[in-house]
Design a protein around this ligand. Structure first.
Ligand code: ATP
Ligand code: MG
Length: 454
C-alpha cells in the first residue's frame, strides 16, 4: 500500500530516519528484526524498503532474495563502510541501490527519488503492455436482423473517419465489442485502444487518472503520472459508462474533447494528443441533462454520431448464430427444443447473459447435448419461491446465491457492487467464499439455480 519500511535494528538511527522521512511527507513503518520485516512486507507491501543487511536474527540478504523478484517493492540496501563486496552481491540479488554507513540524508533522498521513479516507470510499462497485449476477444458480427444490419453499416462508415461516436444500448448488448471493432478496422488499429471505465474510477481520482498529474500535485503524488489520454495517443480512447463522469470533471473533459489538449493535474504545460473518442452508456443521458447531472454541451460533442445497439430480445433471429458461436469451442450440441426455449427467453442481460448461460451449460452438461435443465435455469420461473426454498437455504446461502446471480447477469464485479451498494472488495470476497464452499458441497445440496460453479 505504498510508503517506506525502515528495517534497521539500531533504534536511534531508525528513529532519526523515520523522523526525516516523515518530514518529507512519506508514510513510514519500522521493523527491528528480519522476521518483523518479512511479516510487514508480505502483509502491507511498500514502495521502498530501506534494508540494513546486518540484522539480529538474519542476514538482510535473505529478505532481499525472498522479495525483490516477486514484489514491485524497491530495496535500498544499507551496508557497513567499505563493504563493497556485499554491496555488489546485494545489487545482484535485486537491490536498486546501496548506501554505505555513515551516510548523509541528502544521499538517501536522491536514492529514494530514483527508486520511486524506477518503480513508477515499471508500473506504467506494465499498464501499457496489458493495454497493448489485451487480445481482442473473438466475436461474431454476422446478423440477420435488419436494425443491426443498419447499425453495422454505420459502424463501417464511421470506422474510416475520426468522428466522435456515442454507443448506446442496454447492458450486455455488445457496445464495447463494437467500439473495439471500430478501432480494429480504423487506420489507428496499430495504436492503443484504451478503455476508461468511468464507473470504476473513484470521483477524487478521476482527473488524475485521465489527465495524469505532476509530482507534488497533491499529498501522495510523489512522482509524475501519465494519464490515460496520453497513453491513448495515436489510438482510440474508449470512455465507457460515460454517464458516470462526475459533474465537476465534465468541464475539463469537454475542453479536452473540443481541443484534444489538456494539462496534467498540478501542471502548467498544455499537452496535445491525437485520439479518436468513442463513448458508451446504457443510461438516459437526456434525462440526466434535464436533471443537471450531465452537461448538454458535452453530450453534444460526444454524440456527433450516435449508434443504438439493439437489445437481444429485438433480434431473436440472431440467437441461433450466437449460440452456435458460443458452443463452438465446447464440442457440444443443442436440441431444437432447447434452442426454442432460448429464443423465447427475454434475455435482460442480453448477449452477456446468453454467453454466460451457454458456456455454463456446456461445462456442466455431461452428455453430447447441452442439458435443457441447465439452460432453463435462466428462466425467471426457476426463481419461484417453492423451488428456491425447497432446500431451506440459510441467510448466507441466499446472499451468496444472489451475488453470484447478479455477477453472471452483469458480468462485472464493479456493476454488482453498484447494484448492491457495497464495495468491490465485498463482492470479490463473497464470490470467492461461494467458490471455496461449493467445492465441499455435495451436488444438489443447494437449490436448483444455485451456483455450482466449478
Ligand atoms: N457480437 C458478439 N459476439 C460475441 N460475443 C459478444 C458479442 N457482443 C457481445 N459479446 C459478449 O457479450 C459480453 C458483453 O459485451 P460488451 O461488454 O461489449 O457489452 P456492453 O454493451 O459494453 O455492456 P455494458 O453496458 O454492461 O458494459 C462480452 O462478454 C462480449 O464478449
Ligand atoms: Mg461495456
Amino acid at each position: 500500500m505504498g510508503g517506506i519500511l525502515i528495517v534497521e535494528d539500531d533504534e536511534s538511527l531508525s528513529r532519526l530516519l523515520e523522523k526525516k522521512l516523515r518530514e518529507k511527507g512519506f508514510r513510514v513503518d519500522r521493523a527491528f528484526s528480519g522476521q518483523e520485516a518479512r511479516d510487514l512486507i508480505s502483509t502491507k507491501g511498500y514502495d521502498i524498503v530501506l534494508l540494513d543487511l546486518r540484522l539480529r536474527d538474519m542476514n538482510g540478504m535473505e529478505i532481499l532474495r525472498e522479495f525483490s523478484k516477486t514484489t514491485s517493492t524497491k530495496f535500498i540496501v544499507i551496508t557497513g563502510y567499505g563493504d563493497v563486496r556485499t554491496a555488489v552481491e546485494a545489487i545482484k540479488s535485486g537491490a536498486t541501490d546501496f548506501i554505505q554507513k555513515p551516510f548523509s540524508f541528502d544521499i538517501l533522498e536522491v536514492s529514494i527519488d530514483r527508486a520511486l521513479k524506477e518503480k513508477r516507470l515499471e508500473e506504467e510499462n506494465r499498464a501499457l503492455r496489458s493495454i497493448l497485449l489485451e487480445k481482442d476477444q473473438e466475436v461474431v458480427l454476422e446478423t440477420k436482423n435488419p436494425a443491426l444490419r443498419g447499425v453495422m453499416e454505420t459502424v463501417e462508415r464511421v470506422a474510416r473517419t475520426d468522428i466522435n461516436v456515442l454507443l448506446r444500448g442496454e447492458t450486455g448488448t455488445g457496445k464495447e465489442v463494437i467500439a473495439r471493432y471500430i478501432h480494429r478496422t480504423s487506420s489507428r488499429r496499430d495504436r492503443p485502444f484504451v478503455v476508461v471505465d468511468c464507473s470504476a474510477i473513484p470521483e477524487h481520482l478521476f482527473e488524475s487518472e485521465i489527465f495524469g498529474h505532476e509530482k507534488g500535485a497533491y499529498t501522495g503524488a510523489t512522482q509524475r503520472k501519465i494519464g490515460l489520454v496520453e497513453i491513448a495517443n495515436g489510438g482510440t480512447l474508449f470512455l465507457d459508462e460515460i454517464g458516470d463522469v462526475p459533474i465537476q470533471v465534465q468541464p475539463k473533459l469537454l475542453r479536452f474533447v473540443e481541443t484534444r489538449s489538456f494539462r496534467r493535474v498540478g501542471g502548467l504545460k498544455e499537452i496535445k494528443v491525437d485520439v479518436r473518442i468513442i463513448s458508451a452508456t446504457n443510461r438516459n443521458l437526456e434525462e440526466m441533462v434535464s436533471k443537471g447531472e450531465f452537461r448538454s454541451d458535452l453530450l453534444y460533442r460526444l454524440n456527433a454520431v450516435e449508434i443504438h445497439v439493439p437489445p437481444l430480445r429485438d433480434r431473436r433471429e440472431d440467437i441461433p448464430i450466437l449460440v452456435k458461436f458460443f458452443l463452438g469451442k465446447y464440442k457440444k450440441k443443442i436440441r431444437p427444443e432447447t434452442m426454442r426455449t432460448l429464443m423465447n427467453y427475454p434475455w435482460p442481460g442480453n448477449i452477456r447473459e446468453l454467453k454466460n448461460t451457454i458456456e455454463r451449460a456446456a461445462l456442466l452438461s455431461k452428455g453430447e447435448y447441452i442439458d435443457d435443465n441447465i439452460c432453463l435455469r435462466t428462466d425467471s420461473e426457476s426463481l419461484c419461491p417453492e423451488e428456491l426454498f425447497s432446500k431451506l437455504p440459510s441467510l448466507e446461502d441466499l446472499e451468496l446465491m444472489y451475488v453470484d446471480y447478479l455477477y453472471r447477469r452483469l458480468g462485472s464485479v464493479t456493476k454488482v457492487a453498484q447494484v448492491l451498494g457495497c464495495s468491490r472488495r465485498t463482492v470479490f470476497r463473497k464470490l470467492k467464499r461461494l467458490r471455496d464452499r461449493n467445492g465441499d458441497l455435495e451436488e444438489g445440496s443447494l437449490p436448483r439455480f444455485a451456483p455450482d460453479v466449478n
